[in-house]
Design a protein around this ligand. Sequence first.
Ligand SMILES: *[C@@H]1O[C@H](CO)[C@@H](O)[C@H](O)[C@H]1NC(C)=O
Ligand SMILES: *[C@@H]1O[C@H](CO)[C@@H](O)[C@H](O)[C@H]1NC(C)=O
Ligand SMILES: *[C@@H]1O[C@H](CO)[C@@H](O)[C@H](O)[C@H]1NC(C)=O
Length: 422
Amino acid sequence: MMATDRRIYLLVQLMITQGICLLAQGLRAPVIKPFNFAGQLSEGLRTGVMCMVTDGDPPFNFEWSKDGRPLNTVHKGVSIQKMNDFTSFLTIEKLDADSNGNYTCRVSNTQGHDHKSDTLSMRGLKAPKIKPFHFSDDLEMGLRSVVVCAVMDGDPPFNFEWSKDGRPLATDHKGVTIRKMDDFTSFLTIEKLDADSNGNYTCRVSNSQGYDHKSDTLSMRGLKTPKIKPFHFSGELGEGMRTGVMCMVLEGDPPLNFEWSKDGRPLNTDHKDISIRKIDEFTSILNIEKLDADSNGNYTCRVSNAQGYDHKSDTLSMRGLKAPKIKPFHFSDDLEEGLRTAVMCVVAGALRGPKIKPFHFSDDLEEGLRTAVTCVVQGGDPPFDFEWSKDEEEMMSNERRCFLQLLLFLGFCLLSYGEYCT
Ligand SMILES: *[C@@H]1O[C@H](CO)[C@@H](O)[C@H](O)[C@H]1NC(C)=O
Ligand SMILES: *[C@@H]1O[C@H](CO)[C@@H](O)[C@H](O)[C@H]1NC(C)=O
Ligand SMILES: *[C@@H]1O[C@H](CO)[C@@H](O)[C@H](O)[C@H]1NC(C)=O
């Protein structure tokens, strides 16, 4: 091409482009009239909707889609016809379960686009019902296992979902394949059973009307029963302290189920100070953030699998919060009618030993004077036995020595008056 020719060519092209642009600026984007699938919709009937542009300038491009996927005339029983520049018809020749869905018409021109949708939902569609499935009883390591999830009743299309112990199972899951045979049947195959294969398998099938699910537990023979390592709350525990124990499975095949209980009742993990954490498949940790009087008790960890269970327990017993122990009491042997008697019920475990106030003889004693010292118990729990001795020999006396006792206890001033006489 010559240089002048090329210039002229470019000029013409520029003019054409500008002309189109000028033209385009006057165009208005399309606006579609809403449509809906009205009237009787049941299997075998025909229906149709019209997508009509009420405003905007042609040329328009019409696109139909169903549930987000492009719809075209290749679809069984569906026809799309353009009536004129402004109108497109969608016709469904014969309604069936597959017809249900969200239909969208999208219209665009160079200036913009609009879309409208309506959901076709046929009455009389049934929700799926699945046949229960079962793994065989005599499964062993290394074998292959297949179960079938079959819909007995309900209208397609169905959505099949497999899960194991509540987690979705995908085809790429190690050694597991999921195959859809037809609209109504899905196969789950486990190529080679191992300890990990054990678990609760669920097939869930849904359609636009509802869902159904069935489960079965795969439990292989030859599995080992769990054995738990004994655990202990460490010795010195006091109020406000933190403690924890670990429940560890030494032997046994997963899946393992851990249960913690206290004094035979399931442990309340809603309690803000108690937490249970599973570290891995074989270990669970119980933590008590802040010990209080309620923390004392017999804690049990129970671990089970399909084969059996084991449990271990330990008793948490905080300092100063031991169970009560009562000291034996006896009525004297020489009781007679008319006499008065009494016995004392004393909690031995709570007894604190006596504390005596130091006493001193005065410095200025001389022969012939009289003197006395007082033995005062300042702390501790009665009853007390008093013994006086001199030069390490016990002193006997008929005199009754009495004392007052003042107990200062836990920040309360508890004045306990009593005469304790030897
Ligand atoms: C139908 O599809 C359209 C376009 O994808 C969407 O905007 C609309 O929310 C859908 N309607 C329903 C009921 O799902
Ligand atoms: C198995 O899982 C299903 C669905 O989550 C549940 O309903 C069922 O109780 C489970 N079966 C067992 C034995 O845990
Ligand atoms: C603790 O509980 C377990 C399980 O209930 C029981 O076997 C064990 O004897 C209890 N231990 C004590 C000390 O009560």
